[in-house]
Ligand binder design. Structure first.
Ligand code: UD1
Length: 384
């Protein structure tokens, strides 16, 4: 990393370092919350600036979840809102550029793979501001996914790449990213889960919805390939069919809401508005299984030891398949019919990947302060 290489805690503290965290969408908040807490803890004299692009803006997608996670109020809210990819990204770039010009941070930190991550990356690199990317190196090898493009750009231009799985190391090495930019630190989304575990375990969200723990399918689907076209109706039809055997609860993302307004489902299949973080984690932890196309949910179910069925042809998180919790169904709604008989809780032995332990953000903060990485990267090619 250019200006920060070899830096240390004392030097940063002495010159009132400015660290800017740029977030925009729901998964960013979950991944970034522990990073902000830890970097603030180790650099108490630095200025910490939180920028929210406003890509997500519904209260349940933004303000409510940020409050649950204990995130500070953003210093800047850029209100970019929803639009085509080009317009949303361009709007975010214009507004992020203005904020970076005002604040002149020493380091920008981004997470994940949403359009706000892409916009922040392009602005930071063009203004010569050092950049760190949390959750680097994931690849689905499917360039029709907007997230894949966003990840490739964020990784190419980040000075510090924080990774959470061995395949991330392989992917980055294959793309020629210098090893000294890559830090194996673990999973900050799991840090958040661990920090909140007592709270969500005590919540009993399932019984609040009239469901019995261990006896329902939690569904979360929001990717354009599934929910923007006719496949959504095949999914709902399949869910209605299995619901008499396995009750279904499906909190719907706002992009799905408009399309399902007049759809009647079987009585045991329920559509809900988006849920808060704690309620959703409570439902995950008590589910018989989860059906998803989300990346984060594949990871959370791995930590929780809950069977996960992923309705996609690929995953950028094969570590969750190797862990034994995640099964790729393919982009094929007819496979939903197989779920009730495919749930074998005992077959899903808990195997948490290294670094999914609640301490990833501590390791990130240490690297930012110039301390040596505390985890040895896994040996490429040596995994079982
Ligand atoms: C975005 C990310 C996706 C991530 C997901 C998590 C990109 C390209 N995609 O997808 O990787 O998994 O967030 O939720 O960045 N909308 C609302 N209210 C909101 C936000 C969105 O109604 O607060 C609706 C709008 O109709 C909008 C649509 O959802 O057009 C899509 O929102 P957008 O932010 O473009 O993408 P997501 O599907 O949320």
């Amino acid at each position: 990393m250019r200006p920060l290489a070899g830096s240390n805690h004392e030097r940063y503290s002495a010159r009132a370092l400015k660290v800017m965290y740029i977030v925009g969408a729901r998964p960013n908040f979950v991944k970034m919350a522990p990073v902000i807490t830890e970097v603030r803890r180790v650099l108490p004299d630095a200025h910490h600036i939180l920028v929210h692009t406003g890509q997500h803006y519904d209260p349940m997608m933004s303000a409510v979840i940020m409050e649950e996670l204990g995130l500070p109020a953003p210093d800047y809210v850029l209100r970019v809102g929803s639009a085509s990819h080009a317009v949303q990204t361009a709007r975010a770039m214009e507004r992020i550029e203005a904020v970076i010009e005002i604040e002149r941070p020493d380091l920008v930190i981004v997470s994940g793979d949403v359009n706000s991550t892409l916009a922040a990356t392009l602005v930071a690199v063009k203004l010569g501001v050092p950049l760190a990317h949390v959750e680097a190196g994931l690849r689905s090898f499917d360039r029709t996914m907007p997230e894949e493009i966003n990840r490739i750009v964020a990784d190419e231009f980040s000075d510090q790449l924080f990774i959470h799985s061995d395949e991330a190391l392989e992917n980055l090495q294959a793309e020629g990213i210098e090893p000294n930019r890559i830090h194996f630190v673990g999973n900050t989304m799991i840090d958040t889960l661990v920090a909140m575990e007592d709270r969500f375990r005590g919540l009993g969200a399932a019984s609040g919805l009239g469901l019995t723990a261990g006896e329902y399918l939690l569904v979360t689907l929001h990717r354009p390939a599934l929910v923007d076209g006719p496949m959504l109706f095949d999914v709902l039809d399949q869910l209605s069919r299995i619901a008499s055997e396995l009750p279904v609860v499906f909190p719907i993302h706002p992009r799905v809401r408009k399309r399902v307004e007049n759809i009647a489902l079987a009585p045991s299949a329920r559509l809900l508005d988006p849920l808060g973080y704690l309620e959703f984690l409570s439902l995950q932890a008590d589910a018989a299984a989860v059906l998803t196309d989300s990346g984060g949910v594949q990871e959370e179910t791995t930590y929780l030891g809950i069977p996960c069925f992923t309705l996609r042809d690929n995953t950028e998180r094969p570590v969750t398949v190797r862990a034994g919790t995640n099964m790729l169904l393919g982009l094929d709604p007819s496979r939903i019919a197989d779920i009730p008989s495919a749930i074998r809780p005992k077959a899903h032995a808990m195997h948490r990947p290294p670094g999914w332990d609640g301490h990833a953000a501590e390791r990130i903060a240490a690297v930012i302060c110039g301390e040596p990485a505390q985890m040895t990267p896994p040996l490429v090619g040596a995994r079982g």
